[in-house]
Design a binder for this molecule. Structure first.
Ligand SMILES: Cc1cc2nc3c(=O)[nH]c(=O)nc-3n(C[C@H](O)[C@H](O)[C@H](O)COP(=O)(O)OP(=O)(O)OC[C@H]3O[C@@H](n4cnc5c(N)ncnc54)[C@H](O)[C@@H]3O)c2cc1C
Length: 392
C-alpha cells in the first residue's frame, strides 16, 4: 500500500520504518525545511524503549543522550529542598535515556537507512477520500493518490483539522504554557543534574548539556491565548509572569535573548473518540497527546506507530479492521496516561502556596522506597503489551 505519513517527528518515521519492513510504500512529508535540531530534551523509557530496541537504535540513543545522575529541587535562595535519582521515576535498570527530541527523531529516521521517500518543506492542503484512495493536494501544488494517509503531525495536526475538524474540538488546554530554550556559556553548570526551582505559578528547570550549552525548561500557569507564532510576545509574557522570581530566574531570563533555539507552546492534551475516518488515521500527539506532564509522549508515540503497523499487518491491509483494532488496543491505556498526567500540573506549576508546599513535601519523600510508586504509580507503569510483528 502507498501510505502518506504527514510529520517526520517521532511517530511518523517509526510508522514509516515498520510499514516499509512490512512491504508497504510509505512517503513522509515534513513541513520543516530540514530535519529539526536542538529544542527540548525528553526522558525516553517504558514500552517505547522496547520499540526502539526492536528498531536497533538504542546504542545510538545512549550515545547521543544523557544519563542523569540526580534531580535536585532548590528553593528561592538556591537551598536544596530535595535530591533523588531519576530512577525513582523510571525504575531501576538502564532502560531509559534523556535525549534531545531532535536526536531521538534523527535516530528513528536513520533506522530506515534513507530508503523512505521524504519530502521536506511541504504539507497537505486538502484530502479527498473517495473510499478507494485519498487524493492529496500538497501546499506546493502537487497532487498525488495514496491508499492511506496518516497524520503524525503533532499537537497542532493539520491532518486532524482537515479530516476531523478544528483543534478546539479535541484540545484540552491544561492552563499551563511551556518554554524551552538553550544558551551557550551559561554559569553555573551542574553536569548530569536536573536542577529545578518552583514557586507559585511556575517551575524552571536547568540542565547542562554538551558543548557548553544549557537547556532551560519553563512551565508557567496561564497564557493559553498567547499567539504561538510571536516569540516576542511570548518572551514578554514570560518576563511578566516571572517578575520577582528568585533563584537564578532573573539571570536565566536575561540569557533568553541569546537563546540558540526558543520553543513555546500551550500544554495541552488531545482527546478524541476515534483516531480514524475512512482512509485517514492519526498517530502520536496528533491522536492522543498526553502533554509533557506525562513525561512519556515520545515513547507512547512510538508504541502507537508500532501497534498501527502491526495491526495493518495482522489484518492483511484491511485498514478498517486495522484502524479499529489499533484504537481498541490503545485507547484505554492512553486515556489512563492522560488522566494521570493531568494530575501532575501542581508539580510543574503550583497554583498557590498550599500546592507548592505539597509539591515540595512530596519531592522530599521521593528518596524513600515505594513513594514514587505511590505518588505516580499509574503513570509509571506501561500496561500495554506490544502485538506480534511478522518481521524480525
Ligand atoms: C517541553 C516538552 C517536554 C517533553 N518531555 C517529554 C519527556 O520527557 N518524555 C517524553 O517521552 N515526551 C516528552 N514530551 C512529549 C514529546 O515530545 C511528544 O509527545 C512527541 O514528540 C510526540 O511525537 P510525534 O511524532 O507525535 O509529534 P512531534 O514530535 O511533535 O512531531 C511532529 C512532526 O510533524 C511536523 N509537522 C507539524 N505540522 C505539520 C504539517 N502541517 N505538515 C507536515 N509536518 C508537520 C513537525 O515539524 C514535527 O516534525 C515533551 C514535550 C514537550 C513540549
Amino acid at each position: 500500500m502507498r501510505v502518506l505519513i504527514v510529520g517526520a517527528g517521532i511517530a511518523g518515521p517509526t510508522l514509516a520504518y515498520w510499514l516499509q519492513r512490512l512491504g508497504h510504500e510509505p512517503t513522509l512529508v515534513e513541513v520543516a525545511p530540514a530535519a529539526r535540531c536542538g529544542g527540548y530534551l525528553v526522558d525516553f523509557w517504558g514500552a517505547g524503549f522496547d520499540v526502539a530496541e526492536r528498531m536497533g537504535i538504542v546504542p545510538e540513543l545512549r550515545c547521543s543522550g544523557y544519563r542523569l545522575t540526580e534531580v535536585r529541587a532548590v528553593g528561592r535562595d538556591g537551598q536544596r529542598i530535595s535530591s533523588f535519582a531519576p530512577s525513582a521515576f523510571v525504575g531501576t535498570g538502564d532502560r531509559y535515556v534523556t535525549i534531545a527530541r531532535s536526536d531521538l527523531a534523527s535516530a528513528v529516521c536513520g533506522a530506515s537507512g534513507g530508503r523512505i521517500e521524504t519530502v521536506y518543506g511541504d504539507t497537505v492542503k486538502a484530502l479527498d477520500d473517495d473510499g478507494d484512495r485519498v487524493c492529496v493536494t500538497f501546499r506546493s501544488g502537487a497532487r498525488r493518490d495514496f491508499d492511506l494517509v496518516v497524520g503524525a503531525d503533532g499537537l497542532h495536526s493539520q491532518v486532524r483539522a482537515l479530516a476531523f475538524g478544528p483543534q478546539e474540538r479535541f484540545e484540552n488546554h491544561l492552563g499551563i504554557v511551556v518554554a524551552a530554550f538553550d544558551v551557550a556559556g551559561y554559569r553555573p553548570r551542574d553536569e548530569l543534574v536536573a536542577v529545578m526551582h518552583a514557586d507559585v505559578g511556575f517551575q524552571m528547570l536547568r540542565l547542562s548539556l554538551r558543548d557548553d550549552l544549557t537547556l532551560f525548561l519553563l512551565t508557567l500557569r496561564g497564557g493559553g491565548d498567547v499567539p504561538l507564532d510571536r516569540p516576542g510576545e511570548q518572551q514578554a509574557m514570560l518576563r511578566r509572569g516571572l517578575a520577582g522570581a528568585g533563584w537564578e530566574v532573573p539571570a536565566i531570563l536575561d540569557s533568553m535573548a541569546e537563546a540558540r533555539t526558543f520553543y513555546f507552546d500551550r500544554v495541552s492534551q488531545i482527546r478524541m473518540p476515534s483516531w480514524s475516518r475512512g482512509r485517514v488515521a492519526l498517530v502520536g500527539d496528533a491522536a492522543a497527546c498526553p502533554s509533557l506532564l506525562a513525561g512519556q509522549g515520545s515513547a507512547l508515540a512510538m508504541v502507537e506507530a508500532f501497534v498501527l503497523a502491526a495491526e495493518l499487518a495482522r489484518t492483511d491491509g484491511d485498514h478498517v479492521a486495522a484502524f479499529a483494532a489499533y484504537h481498541a488496543r490503545l485507547a484505554d491505556f492512553l486515556r489512563s496516561k492522560q488522566d494521570a498526567a493531568k494530575g501532575l500540573g501542581l508539580a510543574f506549576a503550583p497554583r498557590g502556596r498550599v500546592q507548592l508546599a505539597v509539591r515540595n513535601g512530596v519531592l522530599r519523600l521521593l528518596n524513600l522506597p515505594r513513594i514514587p510508586d505511590l505518588v505516580m504509580g499509574r503513570s509509571l507503569r506501561d500496561a500495554v503489551e506490544l502485538p506480534a510483528m511478522p518481521v524480525a
